[in-house]
Ligand binder design. Structure first.
Ligand code: ADP
Length: 225
């Protein structure tokens, strides 16, 4: 099989995308490219990108396509991602972004687009208890998966905090935009035979097992032609 992986993870807020993307990135030894994490880091550092993105993030709105696409182009044309691939988390989120992605990686193609499926009722509870590492993006839950030392990341020692946009208002706005802008991508990728819908319920380990089985099967099939 080919080394590395080119995977997109789709799913509504709280579906477990971030958690699973970090695990897939370790499993296949490829960079985890999470657009939300890149924007949050830019806001913290006060860079030009951060200044442009801040108001959208705080309101739970989507950052305009041209800004996101420019940023992803810069990330996906570095050596590590062109050679080994990537786990894309939070991108694409609109049809123009999906078009741009396919163009950007051509002539290479994606291994698979995972649609991590979960009920809206379940995600609301997950989002309220969610905490995240500012540095490496590892997710925690104050209810069933806290950091070993409160406020400090088990993986990298970074600060573990509640995201500024995990407020009721911004969560509602993000879920609404997910239905309007991102859910249509499910059909878009299905038509291109790239979609795999995987249940996001159960323990994180169970979900990872389902994902790895699906990705390995896809890679094996592509390899044996
Ligand atoms: P969530 O999936 O919980 O909304 P993310 O960390 O993926 O969290 O994204 C946080 C915010 O970053 C989004 O609400 C949006 O403002 C911005 N963002 C991230 N990715 C994109 C994207 N592909 N297109 C537009 N905006 C984005």
């Amino acid at each position: 099989m080919n080394p590395g992986a080119r995977i997109v993870v789709l799913g509504k807020q709280g579906a477990g995308k971030g958690t699973q993307a970090v695990r897939l990135s370790r499993h296949y030894v490829v960079p985890h490219v999470a657009t939300g994490d890149i924007f949050r880091a830019a806001v913290r550092s006060g860079s030009e990108l951060g200044k442009k993105a801040r108001e959208y993030l705080d309101a739970g709105d989507l950052v305009p396509d041209e800004i996101v696409i420019g940023m992803v182009r810069e990330r996906l044309t570095r050596d590590d991602t062109t050679h080994r691939g990537f786990i894309l988390d939070g991108f694409p989120r609109t049809v123009p972004q999906a078009d741009a992605l396919m163009e950007l990686i051509a002539p290479r193609v994606l291994d698979v687009v995972i649609n991590l499926e979960i009920d809206t009722a379940q995600v609301l509870g997950r989002l309220a208890s969610r905490r995240v590492c500012c540095d490496c993006g590892t997710n925690y839950s104050v209810v069933d998966n806290p950091a070993r030392v409160p406020g400090i990341c088990d993986v990298c020692g970074g600060d573990v905090v509640q995201r500024d946009d995990d407020t009721e208002f911004a969560i509602r706005r993000r879920l609404e935009l997910y239905e309007r802008e991102t859910a249509p991508l499910i059909d878009w990728f299905k038509k291109r035979n790239l979609l795999a819908t995987i249940k996001g319920t159960g323990s994180p380990d169970e979900v990872t097992e389902r994902l790895v089985a699906e990705v390995d099967w896809r890679k094996q099939r592509a390899f044996s032609g």
